[in-house]
Design a protein around this ligand. Structure first.
Ligand code: CP
Ligand code: NVA
Length: 307
């Protein structure tokens, strides 16, 4: 992997993604045999979290422990980055102590500024704009389930949010058609789409719909996420009304392929974007997907921190 940081899937080449998946597979198989590769002995990861997290925080921390290293969880009340001191100073000082930094924050520019001044790798653990570690784990999971990306149809139902953007980017990189159904006003924007088209060498890999059924037709993967992302809580009532018909339920599943896999980055809001019978049903791979966060992040840490 050539890049110093992982702030966006756009930072990765196709061969970087293939390398991450290759190392993930090796580490996962090794782990399942009862071993772990202690390639990060003595290394420390600083984990800045300005928003809640269960999967990302725990999987990165466990990943460091399994690789022989250590992680320090830093909430906003601990370091108050950007307020108690500038991001520039925080980045430079942290770089003298730790070997890598993950950051979960609101503005993508905060992560960019941290990476600009940090001399150690910075990994985006979610911003309002992107969630690259999630997308890597999701596509790794899809490869595990279908053994190939060839002719796979991935459909995202719901908000054109951070998760949808990172999925759209990784699909463009891997030459996979990405179908997304969103209500008017919540779509992936034309500006974002034209950036992604550039990333995929001019190919139109994103297909937008208003009707979830049209988007879900013959899909191999149906994916959804919350209607109300962290930071949007004041819009809850309006969003619940707007997204009412953008739910993965039995009716929607009927238009997809018979072997469709249902995915959700979690946390899920059962009864809103996904029903109980779907998330608990035979098509759901949400917990395999969550598990793969650990294996993919181990690969990322191994590739970025051992340099
Ligand atoms: N999917 C995900 O990033 O979960 P957390 O918000 O719990 O980390
Ligand atoms: N879109 C969600 C993802 C949570 C993992 C959010 O930003 O809250």
């Amino acid at each position: 992997m050539k890049c110093k940081d992982l702030l966006s899937i756009a930072d990765l080449s196709v061969s970087d993604i293939e390398e991450i998946f290759h190392v993930t597979k090796e580490l996962k198989e090794w782990h399942n045999k009862g071993y772990d590769e202690k390639c990060l002995t003595g290394k420390t990861l600083g984990m800045i979290f300005e928003k809640s997290s269960m999967r990302t925080r725990v999987s990165f921390e466990v990943a460091m422990v399994q690789l022989g290293g250590h992680a320090i969880y830093l909430t906003q009340s601990d370091i108050n980055l950007g307020k108690r001191e500038s991001i520039k100073d925080g980045a430079q000082v942290l770089s003298r102590y730790v070997n890598g930094i993950t950051i979960r924050t609101y503005n993508q520019d905060t992560a960019k500024e941290l990476a600009r001044y940090a001399t150690v790798p910075v990994i985006n653990a979610l911003t309002d704009y992107l969630h690259p570690c999630q997308a890597l784990s999701d596509l790794y999971t899809i490869k595990e389930k279908f053994n190939t990306f060839k002719d796979i149809k991935i459909t995202f139902i719901g908000d054109g949010n951070n998760v949808a953007r990172s999925l759209a980017q990784i699909c463009a990189k891997l030459d996979i058609h990405f179908h997304v159904a969103s209500p008017p006003g919540y779509e992936l924007t034309p500006e974002f789409i034209s950036e992604v088209v550039k990333m995929s060498g001019g190919k139109e890999m994103i297909h937008r719909y208003e009707d979830p059924k049209e988007a879900a037709k013959d899909a191999h993967v149906l994916y959804t996420d919350t209607w109300i992302s962290m930071g949007q809580e004041s819009e809850t009532e309006k969003r619940k009304q707007t997204f009412h018909d953008y739910q993965i339920n039995n009716k929607l599943l009927r238009v997809a392929r018979a072997d469709v896999k249902v995915m959700h980055c979690l946390p899920a809001h059962r009864g809103e974007e996904i029903t109980d019978e779907i998330i608990d049903g035979p098509h759901s791979v949400v917990y395999d997907q969550a598990e793969n966060r650990l294996h993919v992040e181990k690969a990322l840490l191994k590739l970025l921190l051992r340099k």
